[in-house]
Every structure is written in structure tokens, then in C-alpha cells.
Write a protein that binds this ligand. Structure first.
Ligand code: RM4
Ligand code: MN
Ligand code: MN
Length: 401
């Protein structure tokens, strides 16, 4: 028996002793779908510096090639989220064909109304009607792009907000927001969801127009059933119980999806699960088991000093492992402990699942999917990054950061 076979066998034995059927857990892991972000592959930096990495993609086609490599290695990342105009091309048909040829599909389409100089005082909340119209026109155009690329979600994040009390009227800004979103929602085709992301600060430092889940949820309820809240793990104040927010939104049928990343301080956009793996596990526990129940799971990270492809692969693996651990929770015993009012037994049941080393199980699933048993080792030995470094030598533009 090889080392990995014996690791797998001893995990099977211990799961068997706990009454867990490995086959059904493996089936669910195999069905997990993670969207990787096109913008997570390109150059990014902090506001202090950008350090271009050898081999980083220079355009959307090269970003798609890298996303396909992550899918080849993990078998769990078949969708790529796009950001416009960062990913803008002359011919959308050509882009759609490139995505399909790479064995991928387009995930959420993300408009960008935060970089143009016109948006200094906001986009759809801007006091100037002509700026609001321009921002709305871009959102409408992105919905059209999403339709042409067979994407089923328009994922919105607004940098809108104010830096000083008195800078603008908070209620007027809310009205402008509602008005623009209603017009957008009315124009969106049936198959598209409108995902609304919140963030409590940055770049606005006094009042962000969509600062928290409650603010986003109110807007979604006003819009209609296809409007849902998107939870970015880096967008809360310290101490906020994110898994509780997840449970609540899910219960209301308004959990549209995630932007996965991790943070120690603010919106750090570090590798998901790298700082607080327990929180990530508890989020998957709240999502309640099977892959079929999961909302859209997108990575939203900026890899500034870490090797980009390794970082993306590590992120997918962390998500796969957290999800696998959540599948191991003994729900019957948990319910019994909770009904009996046994405070620490329920906690212990969660820790039993969290502390299980599921790596052999995930490796087995990846091998069965035709992906790599050990994706990081395979990436390092494949020479892919070195080859791209030779082929992609010229300058590029900076994306997120
Ligand atoms: C924001 C937010 C958005 C992302 C931008 C670039 O903090 O997370 O989702 O598109 O960054
Ligand atoms: Mn985000
Ligand atoms: Mn963010």
C-alpha cells in the first residue's frame, strides 16, 4: 500500500467507526463548485506598490488559461468570474469561445463603477444625475454582457459613500441607490440574479452606502426575489458573527453567495481559511450539508506577494477541505445534544468534525475527478509557471489593489 492509500484507509476506518459513510461524503465533495476570479490572476498590489510576478497573465485570455490550470489541478473550479471593463474584449463571442475551449464556464459578471475619475463622489449615488446615468448604463451593459456569456449572476459592489458628516444627504443617497437598482433589476433577464455585496468601510471612511447585510437585505427585498445578498468574508467589523449572518440570510432565501478570502485586520483579501479556518468551517456547517444546497461560492482575493497560482490552488483546497469537514458533522447527535440542552456536547460534535484530517478523502476525490491528488506538488513540478514566465514577458495593467 502506498502512503496515500494507507492514509485514506485509516481515515475510512475511523469514519466507519463513527458511523459515517465515506462514499456519500465523497460524492458531495466531488460536486463542490468554486468560482475563481479572473482578477485574482492578474497583477495586483497595495496602495504602496505592485510587484509584478513572472508569468502573470496580461489579458483576459491568459487569465482564463490560468483558471483552466487551477481547474485541471483541483477539479473543483470549473467557473471563472469576470470583471468589466478589466476583462473587456472587442468580441464577446471570442471570449465565450475561449472560456468553453478551456473547459470552463463564466461565473458571475462583476461591473466596475469604482475606478473612473467621474466616480469620485459615488456612482449610482453620485449627487450629479449625469454620473448616475453613466454608472447605470455600465450596469445595464454588464447585464447584457452576462446574457451573451450565459452567466446567471450580476455581482455588484459599490465603493459609494462619504468621508465626512454633512458631505451629502444620507437619505437622498439611499433614494438614488434604490432608484438605480430598481431600473437595473427591471431590465435584467429572468435567468440572472442580482447579487448585492456590502462592506462597512473603505474606500469611504464616514458612511458607506451599502455598509452591512441589513442594508443590503432591505434593498434586495425591495427589488424582488432574484435579488440576493453576497457575503464577502473581509467586509465586517471585528467580532461580527459571520456564520450567524449566513444562517439568517439563508433562512430568508436571500443568501446569494460568497466572496471568499480571509483577513486579520480589515479587507486584507488573504487566502481563504488562512487566518480563521474555524469560521470557514462553521459557515459550511450553517449551509447545511449537501453541495446541492450551496449558493454561489466565489473567491475574491488579491495575491500581492504570494505566488498567484499556488495561492489560488491553496484557496480551492482550503474550501474543499472545510466543506468536507462540515459534511462529517453528526447532525443527528448534534440535534439530540441541542434538544437535551447539553451545552458542550454540541460543541464537541462540531470539533470532532473540524479536527478530522480530511486531506486523504479530498485527494481521493480529486484523483477520481481526473485532477491532481496533490495539486500543489503537481503545479510545482509541471513547469507551467516557468513556461508562462517565458511566454508572458511584456508589461501588463494592474487590477485589484
Ligand atoms: C472590494 C469588493 C469587491 C471587489 C473589489 C475590487 O473590496 O470586495 O467585491 O470587486 O474590492
Ligand atoms: Mn468582494
Ligand atoms: Mn473586498
Amino acid at each position: 500500500m502506498t502512503q496515500s492509500e494507507s492514509a485514506y484507509q485509516s481515515l475510512l476506518d475511523s469514519l466507519g467507526a463513527r458511523g459515517i459513510a465515506a462514499a456519500s461524503v465523497e460524492g458531495e465533495i466531488a460536486r463542490l463548485v468554486i468560482e475563481t476570479p479572473s482578477w485574482g490572476y492578474g497583477d495586483s498590489g497595495t496602495r504602496f506598490a505592485t510587484f509584478p510576478q513572472p508569468g502573470r497573465p496580461r489579458d483576459v485570455f491568459e487569465r482564463i488559461a490560468d483558471a483552466a490550470e487551477v481547474q485541471r489541478l483541483t477539479g473543483t473550479a470549473p467557473a471563472v468570474a469576470l470583471h468589466f471593463p478589466w476583462d473587456a474584449v472587442d468580441d464577446l463571442g471570442e471570449l465565450a469561445a475561449a472560456v468553453a475551449d478551456a473547459g470552463l464556464r463564466v461565473g458571475a459578471v462583476n461591473p466596475n463603477v469604482f475606478q473612473d475619475p467621474d466616480y469620485r463622489l459615488g456612482s449610482i449615488t453620485n449627487p450629479a444625475p449625469e454620473v448616475r446615468r453613466r454608472a447605470l448604463a455600465h450596469l445595464l451593459q454588464c447585464s447584457e454582457i452576462a446574457r451573451e456569456l450565459s452567466s446567471t449572476a450580476l455581482s455588484l459592489w459599490f465603493a459609494d459613500g462619504t468621508n465626512y458628516a454633512g458631505q451629502d444627504d444620507l437619505r437622498a443617497r439611499r433614494e438614488r441607490l434604490e432608484e438605480a437598482l430598481a431600473e437595473l433589476y427591471a431590465a435584467m433577464p429572468e435567468e440572472q440574479e442580482l447579487l448585492l455585496e456590502y462592506k462597512f468601510f473603505e474606500p469611504a471612511f464616514y458612511a458607506t452606502d451599502i455598509a452591512d447585510w441589513g442594508s443590503a437585505l432591505l434593498l434586495c427585498i425591495g427589488l424582488g426575489e432574484r435579488a440576493k445578498v453576497l457575503v464577502d468574508l473581509g467586509h465586517h467589523a471585528h467580532g461580527v458573527n459571520v456564520e450567524q449572518i449566513v444562517a439568517l440570510l439563508d433562512r430568508e432565501g436571500r443568501l446569494g453567495g460568497f466572496h471568499f478570502n480571509n483577513r486579520k485586520y480589515a479587507d486584507d483579501d488573504l487566502i481563504v481559511g488562512s487566518v480563521n479556518p474555524l469560521e470557514l468551517f462553521l459557515i459550511f456547517v450553517e449551509l447545511g450539508g449537501g453541495a446541492g444546497r450551496l449558493p454561489r461560492l466565489t473567491i475574491d482575493q488579491a495575491h500581492n506577494v504570494e505566488p498567484k497560482l499556488e495561492a489560488m490552488v491553496r484557496s480551492v483546497l482550503n474550501l474543499q477541505e472545510s466543506f468536507a469537514k462540515a459534511l462529517l458533522v453528526d447532525r443527528t447527535a448534534l440535534l439530540a445534544a441541542q434538544s437535551a440542552g447539553d451545552v458542550l456536547r454540541g460543541h464537541e460534535i462540531l470539533l470532532d468534525a473540524f479536527n478530522t484530517d480530511v486531506r486523504p478523502l479530498c485527494a481521493k476525490v480529486r484523483a477520481e475527478l481526473g485532477a491532481a491528488e496533490d495539486p500543489l506538488r503537481e503545479l510545482r513540478s509541471s513547469g507551467y509557471v516557468e513556461q508562462q514566465a517565458r511566454e508572458r514577458a511584456s508589461e501588463t495593467m494592474q487590477l485589484k489593489g
